[in-house]
Design a binder for this molecule. Structure first.
Ligand code: ZN
Ligand code: ZN
Length: 369
């Protein structure tokens, strides 16, 4: 399906125009884009092999024969398409040589193999190559309404998959089997892929913030932490819920209530203009005050979009101001080693006058009968 069919407004010209402005401010004549999500954002091309050169006058995309039909459909007349039979790079040099006035070219230093950097210095020695970071990523951090609507669809798929999975959750299931049920429902409901391997962590393993689903068999009384997402039209959702298998103990209820309140405070107060650090502090200060500061060892959240972890960061060191249109996760957690942990993660879009929480799955402690 072409980008135009999914997104009613073609945002690519405005995105490339904004990129050209950023390049001019950085005193660059062109940018060589090697990060595939950036290429998708700028051109609509969703294949797994491409280079993109953006100059003041042109966009030129290089891919291989496997994608000849796809690139034509997705990129169409928006960029000039070069199908390369041997290496993407071999087609690049004559094209740059034919671009008048292109001397200083940025490359994406976080997305270039050293092997390919060596090509710039060897075959590309006649141009000046400048490292850049986060040029396109900074643009991607602020979503347009179509992108937000797409993320909402990814949220809906994830929430319905969770609902179906919780109906099947019971003691005796292995964590990997629960992840399998969850991922089956995600796919069945239309998820194109998994943003990351779904996390299912039970009992004491719920205290491992980035546990993968493992061999542990669920037992009555366990916390079960499920952290997963769906992908729709390239855009990710990212959700965590923690439930109890059977009636919760008082200790479980108390811990859960602290995380739930931290989540509610951050979701209720995050806003554009605030720094990522200030947003992080809303949840962190509350968890600290409750005596669990050392057990909340990760940051409050991150941007989501074409990547499941992208700008902005909501962390203790993120001093840049948040902007309307950013879509972030709010995911406070408390992890008590050897005992268990709770995380509640929602997806939130910042608006001009506040925020809208995109996830609607219940946040109270669910006790699976
Ligand atoms: Zn997550
Ligand atoms: Zn997350």
């Amino acid at each position: 399906m072409s980008a135009d069919a999914v997104f009613p407004v073609d945002r690519r010209p405005a995105r490339v125009a904004a990129l050209r402005d950023a390049l001019a401010r950085a005193d660059l004549d062109a940018l060589l884009v090697t990060a595939l999500p950036n290429i998708r954002y700028l051109t609509g091309f969703a294949g797994s092999s491409a280079l993109l050169l953006v100059t003041p006058l042109e966009c030129m995309i290089f891919t291989d024969f496997r994608y000849a039909a796809q690139v034509e459909e997705e990129v169409g007349g928006f960029a000039s398409v070069h199908i390369e039979s041997s290496s993407l790079w071999s087609g690049l040099w004559p094209v740059i040589a034919g671009s008048a006035g292109v001397e200083r070219i940025g490359f994406e230093s976080a997305n270039l193999l050293h092997r390919d950097f060596a090509r710039l210095l060897e075959q590309g020695a006649r141009w000046h190559w400048r490292p850049t970071t986060d040029v396109v990523e900074a643009q991607r951090a602020v979503k347009d309404p179509d992108e937000v609507a797409t993320i909402v669809r990814a949220v809906e798929v994830a929430e319905r998959a969770l609902e179906r999975t919780l109906e099947l959750l019971r003691p005796g299931l292995r964590e990997t089997a629960v992840a399998g049920l969850l991922e089956h429902h995600l796919r069945d409901l239309g998820s194109e892929a998994f943003p990351f391997p779904s996390i299912v962590a039970s009992g004491p393993r719920s205290a491992l913030p980035h546990a993968r689903a493992g061999d542990r068999v669920l037992e009555a009384g366990d916390f079960v932490l499920l952290d997963f997402g769906a992908v729709r039209d390239g855009y990710c959702s990212d959700i965590t819920r923690t439930v109890v298998l059977g009636p919760a103990t008082n200790a479980q209820r108390e811990l859960y209530a602290v995380v739930q309140e931290a989540n509610a405070r951050a979701s209720g107060a995050i806003r554009a203009g605030m720094s990522g650090m200030a947003a992080d502090a809303i949840a962190r200060d509350y968890i600290d005050a409750c005596g669990y500061g050392d057990e909340f060892g990760h940051s409050l959240g991150h941007g989501i979009g074409l990547d499941v972890h992208e700008a902005p960061r909501l962390s203790r060191t993120a001093d840049a101001p948040l902007a309307a249109g950013m879509v972030v996760t709010i995911e406070p957690g408390i992890y008590v080693p050897g005992w268990g942990g709770v995380r509640i993660e929602d997806d939130v879009v910042l608006t001009e006058d506040g925020r809208e929480v995109l996830t609607s799955f219940p946040r109270h402690l669910i006790e699976i009968a």
